[in-house]
Write a protein that binds this ligand. Sequence first.
Ligand code: MIG
Length: 791
Amino acid sequence: METSLSIHPDRFGAKEEAKYLTPGRVLRAEATSNGALMVCERGLLHVQFYDAFIVRITFDRLGKPAGSFSHSVILKPAFTEIQVEQNEQEVLLHSEHITVRISLNPARVDILDRSTGAVRLAEPENGIQFTARGEVACRKLSSPEERYYGFGEKAGFLNKRGERLVMWNTDVYAPHNQETDSLYVSIPYYLSVRGAEAHGILFDNTYKTAFDMREPSEMRFEAEGGALNYYYMAGPDTKSVIRQLGKLTGHAPLPPKWSLGYHQSRYSYETEQEVLDIANTFQEKGIPLDTIYLDIHYMDGYRVFTVDQERFPDIGKLVHELKERGIRIVTIVDPGVKADAEYEIYKEGMSLDLFCKDIEGRVYHGPVWPGRSAFPDFTSGRVRKWWGEKQQSLTDVGVAGIWNDMNEPSVFNESKTMDLDVLHDNDGHPGTHRELHNVYGLQMARASYEGLRNSLDGKRPFVLTRAGYAGIQRYAAVWTGDNRSFWEHLQMLIPMCLNLGLSGVPFCGADVGGFAHDTGADLLVRWTQAAAFTPYFRNHSEIKCGRQEPWMFGEETEKLVTEAIRLRYRWLPQLYLLMEEAARDGIPVMRPMFLEFPDDPEAYRIADQFLFGSNVVVAPMLRPDTTRRALYLPAGEWVDYWTQEWISGGRYILAHAPMDRIPLYVKADSALLEENVRMSTSAPSEQLTVHLYISNAASSVAYRIYEDDGESLDREGSGYFEAEGTAILDKGGRLTVEENVLSSGWTPVWSKRQLMIHTREEITSASWNGQEKQVVKSIHGNAIQYQISLF
Ligand code: MIG
């Protein structure tokens, strides 16, 4: 614990200011095929358009163009038509949408709107800076009303204005809070929003970077080394920026459906019997469950890719038996390989030269779970291939997914990680750990993902990772690490997951119930309810705290937790639809209010509620012993999911949420998919319900359905089902629904389908694709709903 000694006056003497150098004048400018190269007095400034909205700007003090090798960016510059104008003072590069203006004396870069000429992003004097020691920085003008989001995985609130955030992948067991700066994942990216205008910056520099938003008039980003290398995404609105980021760093592939179910974990379920007991209890109690996790105790002395023969004498049988019962096993795999001359993986790693070494050629060893360990150099394709193939020892016994932990990498020493002068191969662009620390986890997740792709017979891999860098979504889901069973941490998961989603990582979640500290009955209930709407949904807790399976707090709590898990399964087709959208389009599942309501100034203030997709407001209960909360509904009408009451928005309302409810509101004239609750996604889905919330006669409601087999890698090959429908209610009470099948490559297994219409109007007759259908009216409290069976 720190004491007041930490702020002793003697510790705060005058600091030595780093002396910043600047590029100086532009001496010569040359047009290139997609931009321009500016030779400056001190270094080279390079502007490259990737398309008409995305431009890469680099400055390299060494006078050679910064290379295009990147861990995160997968987009290649497309031919982009650029018009170049030059006069004594400046060079102007116009794409169809934006203008990059380079002032020549001194060199400076501004970005303007092409059509209006309005400045979108300006640099102050000396915007580009570097030091003799190799640091680089970039300053941009800002204004107090500019809001900053993104930054990957950060604690604290949604808008990061006023903060300084450092990117350095760090294992933080201490409680995460507003002051916790670096966490496990580094995504040096931000989304800037001013009014309804947005742009993004991806600072693709893998060194320790920082973003400083403490000055009201300035945003500054800096790195300890490397080139100044960033991508400007022009938006002009928030969704466009997210799509542009998705083009640059890739999308999260559609995961296996089972990974969207409920997961139960514990550090650790230590024996075969304990795992079986957990599975049995879930099934006896009728609580849906898709996955159980094996944390570090399943291994033999924490040696990766081994199994403890005493605790798990027949893991293959266990996994197989559970699979038959619809439950999958995910195993943890850490990067550290135990130094043990009689251990196969270590021997291979040493003889094949796969571990990280220092410049003198000595393998780096550091202490982690297994004791003294070596660390594979995942930045090398050769090492990733080897490690990838090792997954087979787990997939051969039926393990369905891999959980990569400790891959910051975390080392039990003072610096918490590997020595900074350890070398990495970096696929032929060698560098030190100081340069490549932040991508170690990304490359480990990639090795796991690619290995699983090869060993799962065409099934979709599932990798869960703790550490990552921009682009991590291509390989893995991210959970937010060692949170605690605090109400504050339940609150914090909303902004954390929202900012991860805005940073390109839709598949994320936090340990349900909290990892460290003891959870309580109410906290577990409220947490499970909230997490039912986070894409990744796992209850996990640590070795020294109380257990927190759904039944640990008595019958009443068990019932409530079970109901929350059942709600998740009921909404699974809706979640799957949204995950499919994220995989295709990059727009996250959990969305901050402003993403869908950019013209509503109130929407930008909200960090304690979110949208599930475009049309459902989720307002979790975030305090102990509380059954009411304020929440904001944007303009328009909304329907209370539980009472089916119609509510007009554009205002704050006070929701009533007894312990069995999480406040949920569906936007009028939108749709929601539900299915029957299953014990796991392995059981067939029997009935699909399309809920239509119709505000008025004459309004129309569109819906979309997406389904596939939930596990095949190649959706195109194995096929999928996609349909779009429109429902129109006319003044005479007749409902006409037309549904178009866009893809019938796969035949859904539902034996029943129905429409459920929620409206205040009277419905007297209905047709579906021209067939007359029977309408069954029922009354629920004050609400009336109409059920229409399609088949
Ligand atoms: O804390 O493997 O964040 O989920 O249970 C030490 C044991 C290492 C940290 C992970 C946590 C996991 C635990 N690990």
